[in-house]
Ligand binder design. Structure first.
Ligand code: LLP
Length: 427
């Protein structure tokens, strides 16, 4: 579904628009998002799970009003984890009942706003929060639907998963320690809360389904325990997000249809064995929807060849628009996109303009040896966790997000200006 193409002149177009035109019109650096690809990925998730399930796009990956409208139109819901994200989702017209609220330490204000907005469910994450939320719902005279976030003892990352001992973290209420069962008792005891189900999220950038499958089995196991202890069958489970995407050619991502089939099948089998009616399933993909849909367009500023080592290519952004390389040692690829080159490849490191040597965007990459100031280069797969984790380090101005579709580009989040920074600085 991607509309990124390279012409005979070596110039890359996206959605029918030439990157040189984008740079000239909107400046660099810029995040360039392929709207058709975003919509297609959102639809693929919705279609994979079908009418018997709900897809909540994880707004933390990237959230803006345009994106919320696309999600609304494509039949997805939104998962938010702060009042800021809630605000954007509501401002874009997402109905409250299609929003879910997350977080391990939501403030009283955030809980109040979410209840007032009539969010579809709130995922409770601690005993204190159960009490806080019950009181707030009570005061507003509503019965608030909730899920309980549990820790299933599985933590999954990239190519492996570990099914023991990963309970030493801040999220959720542990299954093995009995905290999850206690949370169920406490929520059921509060008339202003309606317990809809159980939530689990095991990690991010995962390729191996084994971790999801163990989690699904354990969540269904808890549903059976709840039925046995309380005589109620909870109608929903949420299995979180986490499906990995390709950052480099070595990554081999799985399709939403594959994970939907695998999870639906496991839940159906486990429920049959426990004599439970299968619950409605929801999932919360963020990266897998938005990650591949955008690239960052940079202009090369300086090129420094270090004899016998590598060539440092400095661009007009850096760790302020993509912290993932510095923070997680994340791998990215990069390509020259504004012209063709017959030059030999050289080992390059793409770095930013910030005042520290860890300011690396792409650690090791081959770029043509004739790369020169003024060339445009693109780093793919920066749609998730780049703009949303961007900072103003060195008073950098956060780049705009451009949406390109059908031969036209428009700004959906504008570039920051010095005035934006000074507006916050009241002297
Ligand atoms: N649901 C919950 C409860 C989550 O905590 C997350 C991500 C998601 C869904 C979405 O996960 P995804 O499908 O995007 O993997 N900043 C890190 C990723 C942190 C993920 C946090 N939680 C990164 O840049 O890799």
């Amino acid at each position: 579904s991607r509309t990124v193409e390279r012409g005979a002149d070596g110039v890359v177009t996206v959605g029918g628009v030439d990157v040189r035109t984008l740079a000239a019109e909107f400046g660099t650096p810029a995040y360039v998002m392929d709207e058709a690809d975003f919509r297609a990925r959102a639809r693929a998730w919705r279609d994979a799970f079908g009418a018997g399930a709900d897809v909540y796009y994880a707004g933390k990956a990237f959230l803006s009003k345009a994106v919320v409208r696309w999600l609304h139109e494509e039949g997805l819901n939104v998962d938010v984890c702060s009042s800021g994200e809630l605000h954007v989702a509501l401002a874009a017209g997402m109905p409250g009942e299609r929003i879910a609220l997350h977080g391990n330490n939501k403030s009283v204000g955030e809980l109040e706003q979410a209840v007032k907005a009539g969010v579809g469910h709130i995922v409770v994450d601690s005993f204190q929060e159960i009490e806080r939320l019950a009181a707030i719902a009570d005061a507003q005279g509503v019965r608030q639907p909730v899920l309980i976030r549990i820790t299933v003892g599985v933590e999954a990352h990239t190519h492996e998963f570990i099914a023991t001992a990963h309970e030493d973290q801040k999220f959720g209420l542990s299954l093995s320690g009995g905290l999850a069962a206690e949370a169920v008792r406490r929520v059921l005891a509060r008339p202003s809360l309606e317990l809809r189900g159980i939530h689990s999220h095991i990690g991010s950038q995962i390729f191996d389904f084994a971790g999801f499958e163990v989690a699904a089995r354990r969540v269904v196991g808890l549903l059976a325990e709840v039925r046995d202890e309380h005589g109620v069958e909870l109608p929903e489970i949420d299995l979180g997000g986490g499906l990995g995407i390709a950052y480099t050619a070595e990554d081999d991502p799985r399709e939403p249809a594959e994970i939907a089939a695998s999870l639906t099948d496991i839940v159906r089998r486990e429920c049959a064995a426990a004599e439970l009616t299968p619950p409605r399933i929801s999932v919360e993909p963020g990266r897998a929807i938005v990650g591949p849909t955008a690239f960052t367009l940079y202009e090369v500023g300086t090129v420094k060849a270090l004899e016998g080592l590598r060539t440092y290519v400095s661009v007009d952004g850096g760790m302020s628009d993509n912290i993932r390389t510095a923070l997680y040692d994340a791998e990215y690829s990069v390509a020259l996109v504004s012209r063709t080159s017959a030059a030999e490849p050289m080992l390059a490191r793409v770095v930013g303009k910030h005042c520290e040597s860890g300011d690396i965007v792409v650690k090791d990459a081959f770029l043509p040896a004739d790369l020169a100031p003024g060339d445009l280069i693109a780093v793919p797969a920066t749609g998730a966790y780049c703009r949303s984790m961007a900072s103003n380090y060195n008073h950098a101005l956060k780049p705009p997000v451009l949406a390109v579709a059908d031969g036209a580009a428009r700004v959906i989040v504008r570039r920051e200006t010095e005035e934006d920074l000074l507006r916050l600085d009241i002297g």
